[in-house]
Design a protein. Structure first.
Lengths: 111, 116
């Protein structure tokens, strides 16, 4: 079993819908990262959070440390949001930071 | 202006060959990483270097040898390429920290390796 699990694996939504992607992790973390991988392959960091909630434009990320769970929400989804969203657990190993990735959620937003 | 760059972007080669992928970052970060992304899009860490020193080696076959000539460069050399090495390889960098929240990572554009 992967240390970081995401659901759903695939998600198709109509433009304008509210989207939620879930991430559960089984390891102790110092931060939870959300990444976006565009259809062209590039990976960008969306959020890094260790508690509470963060918002950037139409994207909101939340984390519940006690439940070891994080969610990524997209409000008013748009076709340009179509991408793979990856959750990753950041922690320290041997004194150095290490990131373990989830399996990704492929999102397609249809006009 | 590119933060993390990789070359080449595409690499097609025959089984048994030796190849290298280069990575450079101009962000002044101390730590660099190599990740492998398989056909199912799953990213897995291979190596991590901090200030030219190997700090993470995740049970990668010894046909893979990373080399860091300075903290801005981390190259990946692969000997005797096998079909299973076909994947996208991403380089990344981040500032170093030893406590507190782990830092954001900045990724290169990836190198798609195809072994025939």
């Amino acid at each position: 079993k992967n240390e970081v699990e995401q659901s759903p694996q695939n998600l198709t939504a109509q433009e304008g819908e509210f989207i939620t992607i879930n991430c559960s992790y089984s390891v102790g973390i110092s931060a939870l990262h959300w990444l976006q991988q565009h259809p062209g392959g590039g990976i960008v960091s969306l959020f890094m959070l260790s508690s509470g909630k963060k918002k950037h434009g139409r994207l909101i990320a939340t984390i519940n440390i006690q439940e070891k769970h994080s969610s990524l929400h997209i409000t008013a989804s748009h076709p340009r949001d179509s991408a793979v969203y990856i959750c990753a657990a950041g922690r320290y190993s041997g004194g150095y930071q290490k990131v373990t990735f989830g399996t990704g959620t492929k999102l397609q937003v249809i006009p | 202006d590119t933060a993390v760059s990789q070359t080449p972007k595409y690499l097609v080669t025959q089984m048994g060959n030796d190849k290298s992928i280069k990575c450079e970052q101009n962000l002044g970060h101390d730590t660099m990483y190599w990740y492998k992304q398989d056909s199912k899009k799953f990213l897995k860490i291979m190596f991590s270097y901090n200030n030219k020193e190997l700090i993470i080696n995740e049970t990668v076959p010894n046909r893979f040898s990373p080399k860091s000539p300075d903290k801005a460069h981390l190259n990946l050399h692969i000997n005797s390429l096998e079909l299973g090495d076909s994947a996208v390889y991403f380089c990344a960098s981040s500032p170093q920290s030893t406590s507190g929240p782990t830092n954001e990572q900045f990724f290169g554009p990836g190198t798609r390796l195809t072994v025939l």
